[in-house]
Ligand binder design. Structure first.
Ligand code: GLN
Length: 476
């Protein structure tokens, strides 16, 4: 892999000036994938024809002297929860093993319209349910930094592909941390935009009020470029917001001096690994050195976030996943004698253990007699969490926290203990519940050389500020 061609601008400019071709860059990525990915397992499906055709289109544009679009010739990877027309899309599940969507996800279509070369679809936890990628029905993903460890989840394949130079950038989805946590475990940048900033059209639904699409990249500038490309109102998703999209790439260059950064004690409590704490505290000091003012803030309902999340997310999942019944698409059980047996056997054969656990938890939480005690209560907690942030953002411009309480754990370490796995999402689920944007950027390593992530949270639709702080830190 050419080490001069690791960022969006460097690839695009090299293709534009015809120093190299998009075709040869795509080919180089495919040979890298062939060499590395048997070990890592980041990709589930490659779409070489589609990629090379697009690369060729970009090369022809450059040859004709036309100005390339912002991602002209840039190899990207797409988490396999986003529909791609004519390209198998499994959501990491056996129930969609044979599913070939007839349409493209809006975010993917926008990337391609901006010149990106889609190399393939990345591995993930089944229906994006997980924090380690071990819930993929196909195979686990291994962390490129240490093959005995998980890459995080659920967008583990998207993070690993970027970290192992098998894509310049990728798209992931975040419902409770699934972009930011794998970004932190793999040492890349992961951005979850505000809820509604990026269309969810064509994203296979997990929990619709919490699902977000966003980029995983090597640099903050690349995250800004991808967000600028995929953000904005889409008539195909009624929850996509009609809010103007700033030029994030210009915004990141603005100075950070004088910005107020909040630090909440609730994010530095019990369970936080010492090395992670030290790295994050050092990062906060660096930001102070850059002229930011650091202010203590309080987010008093934080400890209720995990239970609220695992009620709301499972309730919505139980409803969203009702559609996988073997009738219209996906796996259908054979040799059955009745319609109800067909439904039961299809779902029993098609879904993995974690997905079944969540469907049962969610169905229970929504059932008559328990709805008020669980689902409704969780929604009230969600409102309180959102108010915590609203109050804090009256005094600060952004909030700085660790992304995850630990660095990447070992494969198998938590897979028999769902509760321990759920608790690892403690610093990320709050932003999903409140609908605010968050970014994770690398901020050092543990003694074992495992990456540590710094999370920066912002006000609704203020991705520009968190990108700006992240960029200033990264430059430093
Ligand atoms: N780890 C969380 C879960 O298992 C978050 C997943 C996600 O963001 N998609 O639900």
């Amino acid at each position: 892999m050419d080490k001069n061609l690791l960022t969006i601008d460097s690839v695009r400019n090299a293709v534009q000036s015809r120093d190299t071709t998009a075709f040869s860059i795509a080919e180089a990525h495919y040979s890298r994938i062939q060499q590395e990915d048997e070990q890592i397992g980041a990709y589930l499906t490659l779409c070489k024809d589609r990629a090379l055709e697009q690369a060729d289109r970009m090369d022809r544009m450059a040859a004709e002297g036309k100005v390339l679009p912002p991602l002209g010739g840039v190899p990207v990877a797409i988490k396999d929860v986003m529909s791609t027309r004519g390209v198998r899309t499994t959501a990491g599940s056996k129930i969609l093993d044979n599913y070939i969507p007839p349409y493209d996800c809006t975010a993917v279509a926008r990337l391609e319209a901006a010149g990106a070369v889609v190399l393939g679809k990345t591995n993930c936890d089944e229906f994006a349910m997980g924090s380690s990628n071990e819930n993929s029905a196909y195979r686990p993903v291994r962390n490129p930094r240490d093959l005995t460890r998980v890459p995080g989840g659920s967008s583990g394949g998207s993070a690993a592909a970027v970290a192992a130079d098998m894509a310049v950038c990728s798209l992931g989805s975040d419902t409770g941390g699934s972009i930011r946590q794998p970004a932190s475990f793999c040492g890349v940048v992961g951005l979850m935009p505000t809820y509604g900033r990026v269309s969810r059209y064509g994203l296979i639904a997990f929990a619709s009020s919490l699902d977000h699409i966003g980029p995983l990249t090597r640099t903050v500038r690349d995250a800004a470029t991808v967000l600028r490309t995929i953000a904005g109102r889409d008539p195909m998703d009624s929850t996509s917001a009609d809010v103007p999209v700033p030029d994030y790439v210009a915004e990141i260059e603005k100075p950070v001096r004088g910005l107020k950064l909040g630090v909440a004690k609730e994010y530095f409590g019990e369970g936080l690994n010492d090395e992670v704490r030290q790295a994050v505290e050092l990062a906060v000091d660096r930001l102070k050195g850059l002229g930011c003012e650091v202010v203590p803030v309080s987010l008093p309902h934080t400890s209720y976030a995990i239970p609220a999340y695992y009620l709301i997310a499972t309730a919505e999942a139980s409803s969203n996943l009702a559609r996988y019944d073997g009738v219209r698409y996906g796996h259908r059980a054979g040799g059955v004698k009745s319609l109800s047996e067909m439904y039961r056997r299809t779902r029993d054969e098609g879904f993995g253990a974690e997905v079944k656990r969540r469907i049962m938890l969610g169905t229970y939480a929504l059932s008559a007699g328990y709805y008020d005690a669980y689902y409704l209560k969780a929604q009230k907690v969600r409102t309180l969490l959102a108010q915590d942030f609203e109050d804090a953002f009256r005094n600060v411009d952004a909030i700085v926290t660790p992304t995850s309480p630990t660095a990447a754990f070992r494969l198998g370490e938590k897979s028999d203990d769902p509760l321990a796995m759920y608790l690892a999402d403690i610093y990320t689920v709050t932003a999903d519940l409140a609908g605010i944007p968050g970014i994770s950027i690398p901020c050092g390593e543990t003694k074992e050389r495992l990456p540590i992530g710094l999370q920066i949270l912002g006000r609704h639709f203020d991705e520009a500020t968190i990108l700006r702080v992240a960029h200033a830190y990264e430059q430093e």
